[in-house]
Design a protein around this ligand. Structure first.
Ligand code: CTP
Length: 473
């Protein structure tokens, strides 16, 4: 069955709430309080005393669910800023909870123009906090408790204004007061118009926040909510943010590759036809970049050799930008020795042998003749090295048919240790998309993974590498 969109879910929750409220004679808000109390205390609590309907006299303040503190679930305080991407924050609540993370939501005043605290409360199973001076809050000095009684603060979407306030240390509402008062790690998922993201003031604020130790995820490149606008500014997908938050919450796992050097290739290559034209492919580089970021979070010393892509440098990674397959090979060789090498780049198999020194002009004598010649195979070259061969060499296989058979043949032909095989047929939406379905093929086994976000694939691959090289958990 197709999964529900956030909007469908939102509508379904609201309809259900209205029906329940109409049946019990309570207001929708009181009905939510009853649900929250049931979540906290079990289904009987608070309802029997008022089973005849009518307002729930003692509905507020709602008690904090016991589950988070008792079961020691990792806890996230999710601050939802006021942007159109706020609707994605609702999906983020679900994604975090799927990972066994307890979520407590805080909304800015602007966020409430886009989504309601009621929906966030219903999804989180706990009231959503909105006011700095909230007489109903059970917490003494609420913002201090909300800031401390958590393991990670996630800001999604982080608007340009919220980032500016954070960078300046403002604390004039509940969200900013929590951000100023917290002593826990902060993860920011910016979302704004590309012009705002590229504005010098926003760049300054983002750089300042990074210096202050704030972690960033995204923004991604893509279509904007505004018609006909595209560029870097889209909030990362909820699955990506949840995966990143999960890794931040599990720091023990995340340092397993400390002391290891990893070289990764990513993106397409551009092979010149003449100074203004080139041959390329549809690779976005997202999977290779996600692996680089996951490996860096795992403590590895990462060199990312990247073809031309529209992605920001991953945090904590040394990025070397190249254009052609031959440039990429030269930089790969320069980066050796390395403990592990991962070849995620979609390297062009051919280049134009007779590339023009000047722009090729249209002439009377017919179409230009382009002679193709084969590019060096970077993966095969490194796999077959006699000296300095990395202990683990991982290739990718981008196939549009006979995935496993073709990828298994590629493993043998190229001489690498593992192949990560993925279906890149147009129907799969892998090229340029955010999700991926991969199979890990080695000499003795094939492991098929479920469909995951590219970040989840990256985290799982890094974990598998750490397991394979015996890195301590
Ligand atoms: N690769 C490489 N250098 C090349 C071509 C490919 O390093 N010149 C690497 C890719 O980074 C990937 C693996 O080899 O890890 C397989 O790439 P793919 O494009 O799937 O295979 P091809 O070598 O192009 O083989 P085929 O034409 O049969 O698909």
């Amino acid at each position: 069955m197709a999964s529900l969109t956030v909007r469908q879910l939102d509508d379904a929750i609201k309809t259900r709430l209205r029906l329940r409220a109409a049946k019990s004679g309570r207001s929708v808000e009181d009905e939510v309080r009853v649900i929250l109390r049931e979540a906290a205390n079990g289904p009987d609590a608070g309802v029997s005393s008022n089973s005849s309907g009518g307002p729930v006299e003692d509905a507020a303040p709602v008690r904090r669910p016991r589950s988070a503190t008792k079961s020691k679930l990792p806890r996230v305080t999710l601050i939802i800023g006021g942007g159109i991407a706020a609707y994605k924050a609702l999906d983020l609540i679900r994604r975090l909870k799927e990972r066994g993370i307890h979520v407590r939501c805080v909304m800015t005043r602007a966020a409430q123009q886009f989504v309601t605290p009621l929906t966030a409360s219903a999804l989180a199973g706990e009231r959503c906090y909105t006011d700095l001076f909230d007489p109903q809050s059970e917490f003494d000095a609420g913002h201090i408790r909300l800031a401390r009684d958590t393991d990670l603060v996630v800001v999604a979407p982080a608007t340009a204004d919220l980032m500016a306030k954070m960078a300046q240390g403002h604390a004039d509402d509940l969200a900013t007061a929590i951000l100023l008062a917290t002593d826990k790690p902060i993860l920011v998922a910016p979302a704004m118009n590309p012009l705002m993201w590229n504005n010098a003031a926003t760049k300054r604020n983002a750089a300042q926040l990074a210096r202050d130790g704030v972690s960033f995820i995204g923004p991604n490149a893509g279509e904007m909510a505004e018609a006909n606008e595209a560029g870097v500014g889209r909030m990362s997908e909820p699955t990506e943010i949840a995966a990143f938050a999960d890794t931040m919450l599990r720091p023990l796992n995340s340092r397993r590759l400390a002391g290891k050097k990893i070289m990764i290739t990513a993106g397409p290559t551009h092979e010149p036809i003449d100074p203004v034209r080139y041959i390329a492919n549809r690779s976005s580089g997202k999977q290779g970049y996600a692996i680089a970021e996951a490996a860096a979070r795992a403590g590895a010393d990462v060199v990312l050799i990247s073809g031309p892509v529209d992605l920001d440098d991953p945090a904590g990674v040394q990025v070397v930008r190249v254009e052609s397959a031959r440039d990429m090979l030269a930089q790969v060789e320069k980066s050796l020795p390395s403990d592990i090498a991962i070849f995620a780049a979609a390297v062009a198999d051919w280049r134009v042998a007779n590339a023009g020194e000047q722009k090729i002009k249209k002439t009377q004598s017919g179409l230009p003749k382009l002679d193709l010649t084969e590019n060096p195979d970077i993966l095969a070259t490194v796999s077959k090295l006699k000296q300095n061969r990395p202990k683990l060499v991982i290739g990718f296989a981008a196939e549009t048919e006979n995935l496993i058979a073709n990828a298994t043949a590629k493993l043998k032909r190229k001489g690498c240790d593992w192949i990560v095989a993925n279906d890149v047929s147009p129907a799969s939406g892998v090229m340029g998309g955010d999700r991926n379905t991969v199979h890990i093929i080695s000499a003795n086994e094939t492991e098929s993974w479920p469909v995951m976000s590219k970040d989840e694939v990256a985290n799982a691959l890094v974990k598998r590498i750490a397991d394979a090289i015996g890195a301590k958990a």
